[in-house]
Ligand binder design. Sequence first.
Ligand SMILES: NC(=O)c1ccc[n+]([C@@H]2O[C@H](COP(=O)([O-])OP(=O)(O)OC[C@H]3O[C@@H](n4cnc5c(N)ncnc54)[C@H](O)[C@@H]3O)[C@@H](O)[C@H]2O)c1
Length: 257
Amino acid sequence: MNSKALAGRVSIVTGGASGIGEAVARRFAREGARVLVADVDAKRGARLAEEIAAVEFLEADVSSLTACQVLVEAALERFGRLDVLVNNAFWSRARRVYKLEPEDWRRTLEVTLDAVFYGMRAALPVLVEREAGCIVNTASISGLGADDGMSAYNAAKAGVVNLTRTAALEVAHRGVRVNCVCPGLIETPAVTRAFLGDADRREKIAAQIPMQRLGRPEEIANAVLWLASDEAAFVTGSALVADGGSSIGSGVPKLFF
Ligand SMILES: NC(=O)c1ccc[n+]([C@@H]2O[C@H](COP(=O)([O-])OP(=O)(O)OC[C@H]3O[C@@H](n4cnc5c(N)ncnc54)[C@H](O)[C@@H]3O)[C@@H](O)[C@H]2O)c1
């Protein structure tokens, strides 16, 4: 791949102050893009913008259409154009269906699915008008199958995968690509907080992954970069899995020991 795959491009990364979004923002900046990071975490966002000249920060809760419209306007005002939108922010309450509070279901859907629609609703008119550019949504392998205890997240991410396909179909003839990445378990602040309490737990979790390890945020940023780059010019509507093999299995229990 060209050493500056995004030279001259302008991007927005939601949830870009931490984890996968932060890795995407850093990678995009290294590849020559200017990046507008949007996040509710003003402290981390401001710190990232201070550290990297090509990154600017806007404090925003992307779970409203107005906020996403302001974000797109800000990118156009500050940088004069928009080429790539990465819808990556999420929030989730992990509970089984029969224990999940309705307000936690709603908030998970608002931040994890509605915000992807709002981001695309705000950005696509700009991209379609110019007949160029692309969107990369952060979905998950949790959008391709079920996980015990993550009902709202599974539903939201499945929505992200199919919304990606629908949007891709609708704008393909206008020169705009829409794809999503489906990461497996990646060691980010969110995952560490929720699941990786101690070394024993971490080891037990890693042992269930065919590659025997968790993924790194930078490995997902690589996938997002490829989808956003001209190297993927004929790729649209895809759900690119990067999961160390977690989702390969058919579900049939292990039979040979
Ligand atoms: N880490 C994993 O194992 C994993 C696996 C599959 C998919 N993903 C997806 O990757 C994306 C990033 O997750 P992560 O693990 O890096 O999490 P993270 O918590 O490290 O980062 C998420 C960021 O989103 C921000 N955010 C939360 N609510 C927001 C809102 N309303 N508006 C704007 N920003 C908001 C947070 O402040 C945070 O900076 C998510 O879409 C997540 O579902 C993660």
